[in-house]
Design a binder for this molecule. Structure first.
Ligand code: S3P
Length: 172
């Protein structure tokens, strides 16, 4: 069975959906952000502060490489994983890559007040969201499927993914 890989901007629901999906399918879940934190031994915010984004991306790619060797797992990736084409290539080798998207105002609503997202810890998070979304638009298009999560619940998103994976629908 192929891995199910969730990518998409911060606040689009990857973590919630990843957890639900893994439970329903009785599969192991690999959270790449958690793997990065374990590998480096500190929280993502600290990695950004003390080592910089470039270092974070380097570790992110190493973790993608390791996770891509697994089979039959649910992988949820950080929002910036798509920037490096090699990451997406690797994740696609044994996985179906699904991008969760949402409207900018929904993303803002879901991420406001969260302290663990250094890229949105700015004086104007709405502007940061718009700028990053614009910059990454093309990258988020490099996936197998896209689901807009703005107006549906995590449970509905999971149902949609399971429907897509159903061999009867020729996508599995
Ligand atoms: C990032 C998203 C974060 C985390 C890091 C960088 C990004 O993950 O990997 O802060 O570049 O979009 P989530 O999308 O799970 O918040």
């Amino acid at each position: 069975m192929k891995n199910i890989v969730l990518v998409g901007f911060m606040g689009t629901g990857k973590t919630r959906v990843g957890k639900l999906l893994a439970t329903q399918l009785k599969r192991q879940r690999l959270c790449l952000d958690d793997m990065i934190e374990w590998k480096v031994g500190k929280p993502i915010t600290k990695i950004f502060q003390e080592d910089g984004e470039q270092y974070f991306r380097k570790i992110e790619s190493e973790v993608v490489k390791a996770a891509s060797h697994d089979r039959n797992v649910v992988i949820d990736a950080g929002g910036g994983v798509v920037i490096d084409m090699n990451n997406i290539k690797r994740l696609k080798e044994h996985g179906i890559v699904i991008c969760l998207v949402a409207r900018p105002e929904v993303i803002y609503d879901r991420t406001k007040g969260s302290m663990h997202r250094p890229l949105l810890n700015t004086h104007d998070p709405v502007a940061s969201i718009s700028a990053l979304l614009n910059k990454r638009k093309a990258y988020y298009g490099r996936v197998d499927y896209t689901i807009d999560t703005s107006d549906i619940s995590p449970e509905e998103i999971v149902a949609e993914i399971l429907e897509m994976m159903n061999p009867k629908n020729k996508h599995g």
